[in-house]
Structure formats: structure tokens, C-alpha cells
Design a binder for this molecule. Structure first.
Ligand SMILES: [Zn+2]
Length: 357
């Protein structure tokens, strides 16, 4: 039995291996199959560390992840840097997840130990990553478990930094995940960006801008994370209306009238409670991170309306019909050009946050 599972080229990369380099160079990595040939860190799979079977089948998702979320395990900062210690940690985390939390398996997709070993968490996470195929539903961040890859870093990083060896391995793992899934460096977040939690600790959280820069140095692109406005009771205007559209999308029974009154405040609180964000009625970082979903050509609904409204407010007139067609695509690209963003026509967190600026 393999003790450590080395990343291997996937079937897809083998199939596209004959692609001429000149042609491949013109396409993004994820579109050419080259991404699947990217090499990453050695990752010990669930067999290697002696995992129990999941209590029921893990759910394979139908769409690729949109982001990476970084955690700390909130366990002691051990000075045992051995592989055996890392494997023991993986087993104890799985036992905790299954026996204490009654999850079907380990919560996160991957773990980086203090000794810089990288381990698969939930079953099937590694084979999905190596193939560049959608991952499995996880249990590491309420509200994000179908759209985010979760990485646990062994230790408690509230007052001390991770070991440099551990941090370097985290950079390597994030780079590999970004390449395999076509993610960008700005799509790396910390747990506290979404839920009311101290995780991943003040010190590791403060290192995330550096982590994004270090990953961007390897894969290119702008590492600047989205910055969101803070809206609250008494505010009004198009940003409030966009917020209301997104709340309605998540089940709120309010009217998108652009006025942040008591009903909108209650809707914000209800949503924050639903996703275990800090329930204060203020629409800030956590709320936007949880509400903003990427929209692209072919999408329909309230989130599309929010984007169309904000495009118009930014001087790019776009009909607010909730249908992301060719016209909206052109509007998004026009806005992205004027905002100095890559004109990819995708209204994801970066473009959305700039529309709200
Ligand atoms: Zn966490």
C-alpha cells in the first residue's frame, strides 16, 4: 500500500498531452488540460494515514470550487514534526468529526501538519484535486461547504505564526489547488471571512495577504482580496437594493426598494444566523462574502439583477431583467475594462465588490 500518494498526471492531461505548445500557450492553463499535469506537494491519502470509512457516501459536487478557505486546527503547537504525528492528527480529527460532530467523515479537504506533511481529509478529495474535477461536499465552513476547498493548518495561530516549513507547504498546496481548479490568488480566504469564529487565528489571518501574493507570484494575477462596503439601517440607494436582491435570493421576504429599514435589518440578521456569521444586522465583510455568488452568461435570478443594477449605477446601462445574456456579458466586460480588471465577463466576488465600491 502506498504510504504517500504522489500527484500523477490525470487521464485528461494524458489525453491532451499531444497538444502543441504554441496552441496551449494561448489558452488559460485550466482550459488546456495542462493544469492537470501540474505538480503539487506530496499528499498522503486517507489510506496512508489509516482513515475509517465515511459513515455514508461522500457527495461528489457537480461544479468546481470557487475559493479556498484557510483554517487552523486550534490544537497544541506540537514540536513533534514526524509523519507519524501528522497521521495521528488526521485520525483524531476524523474521530472528532464523526463521533463528536456526527459528520459523515473528516470536515476539511486537506490538512497541513506542523511538520509540513500534507494530508487528505475527507475521502475522495485528493483524487478530485489530481483530476481537476469537482470536489466533495465538506464540513469546514457553514455556508461554503459546496463551493470552497477547506485547508486545516495544524496548530493555534492566535499569538504565534505557523512554522516557516508549514507555511511554505501551505503556499505549495494553495498554488496546486489554484492551478487544478483555475482559481485565482484573491480567492484564498480565512474562515473568519465567513463565520463568527476566531479561526484561523489573528496571526495566520494576518498572513493571508502574503499567502495570496506568494501564490500569485507562482500563478500570476492580482492577489488583492475583495473589499466590501458596510451597509446598515438608515442607508439607501443602489447598493442597498443589490443587497436586498441577494437576500431575496436566499429566501428573505422583503422588497428590493433600496431602503435599509427594520425589515432589511431583520433579513440580514436572519441570514447571518443561517450561515453562522456574526449576527449584528450590519451587512459587512462576512455577509457579502456569504451572499455574493459568481454569475456568468446563462445565469438567471436575483443575483443577476443585483449585478445588472450595479452596472447601470456605474454608468454602464443594463436592463435589470435577471437574465445574464449577451448584453449583460458585454456590460460586465465594459465595466471590467474601465475598472482595470481582466475583462473575462465573469461577475465574481472581485468584480462584484468593485461594482459596490
Ligand atoms: Zn476554521
Amino acid at each position: 500500500m502506498t504510504s504517500v500518494n504522489e500527484p500523477t498526471p490525470s487521464r485528461r492531461s494524458l489525453l491532451t498531452g499531444g497538444l502543441a505548445l504554441g496552441a496551449a500557450a494561448a489558452l488559460p492553463l485550466w482550459a488546456t488540460g495542462q493544469a492537470q499535469a501540474a505538480t503539487g506537494p506530496s499528499i498522503a491519502d486517507t489510506t496512508a494515514w489509516g482513515a475509517r470509512p465515511a459513515s455514508s457516501p461522500v457527495r461528489v459536487l457537480s461544479t468546481p470550487p470557487q475559493k479556498i478557505i484557510v483554517h487552523h486546527t486550534d490544537t497544541p503547537n506540537t514540536t513533534d514534526y514526524s509523519q507519524a504525528q501528522a497521521f495521528g492528527l488526521a485520525r483524531s480529527m476524523q474521530n472528532w468529526a464523526m463521533d463528536e460532530r456526527h459528520w459523515i467523515d473528516t470536515g476539511q479537504h486537506f490538512t497541513v501538519s506542523r511538520g509540513a506533511y500534507v494530508l487528505e481529509g475527507r475521502h475522495s478529495s485528493l483524487v478530485a484535486l489530481q483530476g481537476g474535477t469537482p470536489s466533495v461536499e465538506s464540513a469546514h465552513c457553514t455556508g461554503q461547504n459546496t463551493v470552497a476547498i477547506g485547508i486545516e493548518n495544524e496548530g493555534t495561530y492566535s499569538t504565534v505564526d505557523p512554522r516557516s516549513e508549514q507555511y511554505a507547504k501551505l503556499v505549495e498546496l494553495c498554488t496546486y489547488i489554484c492551478r487544478q481548479y483555475g482559481l485565482r490568488a484573491y480567492q484564498i480566504y480565512g474562515h473568519r471571512d465567513f463565520n463568527a469564529t476566531e479561526c484561523p487565528g489573528d496571526r495566520l489571518y494576518a498572513m493571508l495577504p502574503q499567502l495570496r501574493r506568494d501564490v500569485a507570484a507562482r500563478i500570476g494575477g492580482d492577489p488583492t482580496a475583495p473589499v466590501w462596503p458596510l451597509l446598515h439601517n438608515g442607508d439607501s440607494g443602489d447598493r442597498v437594493r443589490a443587497l436586498q436582491y441577494l437576500l431575496v435570493r436566499r429566501g428573505a421576504t422583503i422588497t428590493a426598494d433600496g431602503s435599509f429599514g427594520p425589515a432589511t435589518e431583520q433579513a440580514v440578521r436572519d441570514f447571518q444566523t443561517l450561515v453562522t456569521a456574526t449576527s449584528d444586522g450590519y451587512a459587512g465583510n462576512q455577509t457579502w462574502h456569504q451572499l455574493a455568488v459568481p454569475v456568468r452568461q446563462g445565469d438567471t435570478g436575483e443575483a443577476v439583477k443585483a449585478v445588472q443594477l450595479l452596472l447601470t449605477a456605474k454608468g454602464v446601462p443594463t436592463g435589470v431583467d435577471g437574465v445574464f445574456g449577451a448584453g449583460t456579458l458585454a456590460s460586465v466586460a465594459t465595466f471590467q475594462n474601465t475598472a482595470g480588471l481582466p475583462a473575462d465577463g465573469l461577475a465574481d466576488a472581485r468584480t462584484f465588490s468593485r461594482l459596490l465600491a
